[in-house]
Design a protein. Structure first.
Length: 356
């Protein structure tokens, strides 16, 4: 089916669905992720990801952050070719699909709307069910994608990204509970804001990781907040870095960039891993995963692996392409929702809020 004809099917094919077959084989799902600044589309069959296409947006670079209105416009430009590329890469066609999944929340509302409306149009055109997926739940389940080394349930997952920092207790693919989270900035935001203070271009997190490799993580000490229970706070770190740098001579940042990056990264990872250790102690669960964009950070990956060896945890980290925002994780979550018969109606709407 030609994607450009979807709109005509939208008008012509409005019949009601029969009960959808709940079968354990041959389930092919098209998944769309558009919560922030990447348009991503994946095809998954029987829980195996056949394609995971990500169209990034470079339009935001000169603004030093994601501009919501520009993001939604870019999603509209990208969505049709990205869906086509995902189908082609998976060597499948629209008529082979059993369900259409989309990210419902949380995210930028204008960006989410593009994915939700497109998914609804395709579902109506094909007379197939819709599956609404929570973005943060999907990050956790990225650990179940295409690997022989999957965590057994129950497991703990530290989800760290530019927008969120959470510790999640996963009892099954669809029984997830947030047991700790940030009360202000996310860990990824802390990386980006500290980078901005040092004049490192956006997005600064990956560059801090790169420069940190040459630096001494104990060269400078920055404030670590004392938060109760399993919650996090990162806004104080940014202030601590700012005040420290304001007291220095000009040229200090350039001369100490690697040590500054290594010390900031060390502090952020220390805050994250200390809480993860506390979560393991409190729950007695030692299958431990990380997920989200910051799980691509080499310091965090190494830190988790080392901590796992030290304390006897089994640790799991998704492949790089499933750490940052991607539709593969939406597809795997949708697969489990399909098996459980959890479909969305045509009245489903996006939500910017993170509750789940
Ligand atoms: Zn994300």
């Amino acid at each position: 089916m030609n994607l450009y004809r979807v709109i005509f099917y939208f008008a012509a094919n409005m019949s009601n669905h029969e009960q959808y077959p709940l079968r354990g084989e041959g389930i092919t799902i098209l998944a769309i992720e558009s919560s922030c600044d990447d348009t991503s589309v994946a095809v998954c069959r029987n829980g195996v990801i056949l394609s995971n296409i990500i169209a990034g947006q470079i339009v935001h670079e000169k603004y030093g952050g994601v501009v919501p209105e520009l993001a939604s416009r870019a999603h509209m430009q990208n969505i049709v070719p990205t869906v086509q590329a995902a189908l082609d890469t998976a060597n499948t066609t629209m008529d082979k699909l059993d369900a259409i999944a989309f990210t419902q929340s949380p995210g930028l509302i204008g960006s989410l709307l593009v994915g939700v409306q497109f998914a609804k149009s395709v579902a109506l055109a094909l007379d197939k069910p819709l599956i609404a997926v929570h973005h943060m739940q999907a990050h956790v389940l990225a650990n179940l994608i295409d690997t022989d080394n999957k965590p057994d349930f129950p497991f703990l997952c530290l989800t760290v990204s530019g927008g969120h920092t959470q510790i999640v207790l996963a009892k099954s693919p669809l029984e997830l509970e947030v047991i700790g989270e940030t009360i202000d900035d996310a860990a990824g935001e802390a990386f980006d804001k500290c980078a901005k203070i040092m004049g490192i271009p956006y997005p600064g997190g990956p560059l801090i990781d790169k420069y940190a490799k040459e630096g001494n993580p104990l060269a400078f000490k920055f404030a670590e907040p004392q938060m109760p229970e399993l919650n996090f706070s990162f806004s104080g770190l940014k202030t601590s870095v700012l005040y420290f740098l304001q007291k220095q001579e000009s040229g200090f940042i350039a001369a100490n960039q690697a040590d500054l990056c290594a010390s900031i990264q060390y502090t952020i990872i220390n805050i994250l891993l200390k809480k993860l250790k506390k979560a393991v102690q409190q729950t007695g669960i030692s299958n431990v995963c990380i997920a989200g964009g910051v799980s691509a950070n080499s310091g965090l990956r190494n830190g988790l692996t080392e901590m796992g060896k030290k304390h006897g945890w089994k640790t799991f980290i998704p492949a790089f392409q499933y750490c940052t925002d991607n539709a593969g994780m939406i597809a795997i979550t949708a697969h489990y929702k399909y098996l459980a018969g959890q479909f969305a109606g045509m009245e489903a709407s996006p939500s910017a809020r993170a509750e789940w």
